[in-house]
Design a protein around this ligand. Sequence first.
Ligand SMILES: O=P(O)(O)OC[C@@]1(O)O[C@H](CO)[C@@H](O)[C@@H]1O
Length: 305
Amino acid sequence: MILTITPNPAVDHTIHFDEPLEPGVVHRTDDAVFTAGGKGINVAKYVSALDVEATASGFLGGHFGTFVRDRLDADGVPSDFVNIDDHTRLNTTVLADDGEYKLNHNGPHIVDSDVDELVEAAQANEPDTLLVGGSLPRGMALESVDRLARAGDWRTAVDMGGKYLAELDADYFVCKPNRSELAEATGRTVETNEDAIAAAEELRDGQFEYVLASLGADGAVLVTEDEILSAPALDVDVVDTVGAGDAILSGFLAALEHGMSDSDALRMGILTAARVVGVAGTRVPHLEDVLTNETRVDVATVRTR
Ligand SMILES: O=P(O)(O)OC[C@@]1(O)O[C@H](CO)[C@@H](O)[C@@H]1O
C-alpha cells in the first residue's frame, strides 16, 4: 500500500478563457473546474486509478480542507488527514489564449503537534511505500520529512523542490525532479538531456535509489544503480501540464507495486502523464487500460553504469 503525504494540499481551481489575459479587464467564462490537489493527493488519485491500494494523508483545515476530503471520499480514494486550525489553500491555474498561468498560495501555518500527529498517522497506516509530495506549509521544517522517512519500515519517495532535495538527510527510494529542480538540487546548468542525466546521476549517488527526472516535452529519464533509461514523451493534445510530473511518478510507482521492471515502470509513467495532460487541471483521466496498453513507448538504455 502507498501512503501519500501532502503537507500542503490545495483545492485546484482551473479556469479557462478563449482570449489572452489583459490587465484591467474583467475576463468572464463558464469554464471552471475544482479538484482536490497537491502533489501527494494527485499521486493517490492516479495510482488508485492504476489499481494500486493508496491512502492520502497530510494536513487539512477550513472549508477548502473539507472540500478536499469530501472530493476524495466521492472519488473512492481513502484518506487519513490530520486536522489543523488554519485553512487549506486554493491554487489557481488560468488557461488563456496566451499561455498557462499557475498561481499557488503558500498555504497554512502548522504547529509541531500537527507534525507529531502526522508521523503517528503514517505509522498507523503501515504502508510499504510512503510518498511525500509538494511544498511544505509554513511552520513545517524539512527535518520533518526526514523524520517521516525514518519513522517506519517503509521505502520513501519524495517529490519536492530542488532546494529541499539538496538538503534532505535520510536515504530515499526515489525522487522525481523536473529540469529546474535538478539544476537547483545540484547547482548545475541543466539545459540539454545530457545535462539532466549528469545532474540526475549526481543526485542519485547522494542518497536516492532511483532518480526519475521528468523533462516535459523531452519525456523522462530514470537513473538506477545499474543503468540510465530514457523515454520520449508521447505526441498528444495537451489541455494543460498541471499534474504531469505527479502522473509520471504515479505510473512509475504503480508499475513497481505491480511487480513490473524498471523499464516498464518508466513506460507506465510516460503513458500516465500522456493521459493526465489531456484533461483540465488535476482531474483523473481514464487510466484503466494503461496497465495493458499497447501504445508504443520506446524506452532506451542510454548506458549501463
Ligand atoms: O505548491 P506546491 O505544493 O509545490 O504544488 C502544488 C500544486 O501546484 O502541485 C500540483 C501539481 O503538481 C497541484 O495539484 C497543486 O496545486
